[in-house]
Write a protein that binds this ligand. Structure first.
Ligand SMILES: Cc1cc2nc3c(=O)[nH]c(=O)nc-3n(C[C@H](O)[C@H](O)[C@H](O)COP(=O)(O)OP(=O)(O)OC[C@H]3O[C@@H](n4cnc5c(N)ncnc54)[C@H](O)[C@@H]3O)c2cc1C
Length: 200
């Protein structure tokens, strides 16, 4: 019997499997062929990086992957927190009204903008842009005594921000966008970033 498929993927390694999953996700059927009848006896993926987990999440298999893996407490992998877009926003202890809280407590249910102590312009722009696009967003300036204080001074190093920089965090706690510093003379343009993030 003769049958036709629009796409042939040769090799069932991570690249082939990811391609197959992503094509299916976008409604394109494919046939994947693999010359080995079984999985490799040697571990070839002891660690999965953050961007790969993003793709797993998009494909709806993140929970399965986590369940198939070892408990993080047993693997003792080194976690390097980073505020690079796509990564989970780092935990830093900060203070509000003298009470300690984690930056993680600030995230969700909407978007969260965190600006350095000199980044009030970002907060104002973010609020305006969010209102314009109807996007739930809370904007904070971190490191001033009249709002969120940063007594340990750890916030900006952890988020790799200049005093005038800002980072936008998605409702799920992942960094969507980061501008390390406000460029002199350039008005902060969050409009496009926010619109693109919510597909407007
Ligand atoms: C010991 C080891 C440990 C590793 N640990 C990690 C890790 O912890 N984290 C990490 O991210 N990466 C790790 N890697 C790297 C990772 O395994 C590779 O980057 C990844 O497998 C590359 O994926 P790929 O799909 O490009 O190629 P491959 O994994 O090599 O897959 C190609 C597939 O194509 C098949 N194939 C080739 N030719 C044909 C053909 N003509 N017909 C049918 N099938 C064909 C092959 O059999 C193979 O299954 C490790 C690698 C090794 C060797």
């Amino acid at each position: 019997m003769k049958s036709e498929i629009p796409l042939l993927i040769v090799g069932g390694g991570p690249v082939g499997l990811a391609a197959s999953g992503l094509f299916s996700y976008h409604g394109v059927s494919s046939l994947l062929v693999e010359r080995h009848p079984d999985v490799s006896p040697h571990p070839k993926s002891r660690g999965v990086n953050a961007r790969t987990m993003e793709i797993f999440r998009q494909l709806g298999i993140e929970t399965d992957v986590r369940q198939a893996g070892l408990d993080p407490a047993l693997t003792r992998y080194i976690v390097s927190p980073t505020a690079r877009p796509g990564c989970r926003a780092p935990h830093v202890w900060i203070e509000r009204d003298g009470k300690r809280l984690s930056t993680l407590d600030l995230f969700g249910p909407g978007f969260t903008l965190l600006a350095g102590a000199g980044g009030e312009a970002w907060a104002a722009t973010a609020r305006r842009a969010a209102a314009r696009w109807g996007i739930p967003l809370t904007a904070h300036v971190v490191g001033r005594c009249d709002g969120l204080a940063d007594p340990s001074g750890a916030f900006r190093p952890a988020y790799d921000l200049d005093v005038s920089g800002a980072v936008l965090v998605r409702p799920d706690g992942h960094v969507a966008w980061r501008q390390r510093a406000l460029e002199v003379g350039a008005p902060p343009d969050l409009d496009h970033a926010l619109a693109a993030l919510v597909g407007r």
